[in-house]
Write a protein that binds this ligand. Structure first.
Ligand code: SF4
Length: 250
């Protein structure tokens, strides 16, 4: 089956070579629902190994009644974990608070720390192209990270730091209440799905976020795709699955 002009255009937008026109095109119609049994409940079907228990996390606050302004102010002034020491500013998140799509990465990097926005720089530009490939603009989605403050040297956030920050992300997800969550990269996937399974094994199947019924799709972090463009084809498959779960079509 040949790709449509629109799909070819989407692949080109993501920088996927034309030879990948042979990507399978059995993409279901928008109205096709994924049977419930195809969802993989979080922690089921992945290894029993879990993220280690936080050693130094402070008690997580109950954010369940907070509105956006309360939440943002709390993050701005937060000193709940040691990451506050080295930050220029906390990176709260950005985008439409009524978005159908929520994208979750791991942590702010150097540029994000300077600008106070998630996913800027080259990885952010690739993310914009990935969104464009499925007909979305950055302003139409909501983007947040597992931790809101830059880890020193751009290292991965530690489990206790992610745990300390988790109540903020949980409330962001509650407030946005998206139709689908796209998790970008291994670190974010490990935290959100509470697993240490390899990303290659996590992607390709829908999960459910907590007990909300919100589907979660795992894909590669744009920074990884910049280092390994050959994996863009798999990311395109992940995006197509997320589009289907969000009730859209390509
Ligand atoms: S990373 Fe999260 S928990 Fe840690 S200081 Fe920043 S906002 Fe607070």
């Amino acid at each position: 089956m040949r790709l449509s002009k629109r799909q070819l255009s989407a692949l080109e937008t993501m920088g996927i070579p034309a030879w990948q026109e042979r990507v399978p095109t059995d993409f279901p119609k928008a109205q096709d629902q994924v049977p419930t049994e195809q969802f993989v409940p979080v922690n089921e079907g992945v290894s029993e190994t879990s993220v280690p228990e936080a050693e130094t996390a402070l008690p997580i606050q109950d954010t369940s009644t907070w509105d956006w302004s309360t939440l943002e102010a709390a993050v701005r002034d937060c000193q709940q974990c040691s990451l506050h020491v080295g930050r220029s500013q906390a990176v709260f998140g950005a985008g439409s608070q009524q978005a159908d799509w929520m994208l979750i990465g791991e942590a702010p990097g150097e540029e994000e720390d300077k600008q106070g926005l998630p996913f800027v720089g080259r990885a952010g530009q690739l993310l914009d192209r990935m969104l464009a490939a499925i007909g979305l603009k950055r302003e139409q989605v909501y983007i947040a990270n597992i931790v809101k403050c830059r880890p020193p040297g751009n290292r991965d956030p530690k489990p206790e730091e992610a745990a300390a920050c988790s109540a903020y992300l949980k409330r962001q997800i509650e407030l946005v209440n998206p139709r689908v969550i796209l998790v970008l990269g291994k670190v974010a996937a490990h935290h959100l799905l509470d697993t240490e399974e390899a990303l290659g094994k996590l992607r390709g199947a829908p999960y459910l976020y907590a007990d909300t019924g919100i589907p979660v799709i795992v894909t590669y972090h744009p920074a990884y795709l910049l280092r390994k463009p050959s994996e863009k084809r798999k990311s395109w498959e992940d995006l197509k699955l997320a589009v289907k779960l969000a009730g859209g079509n390509l």
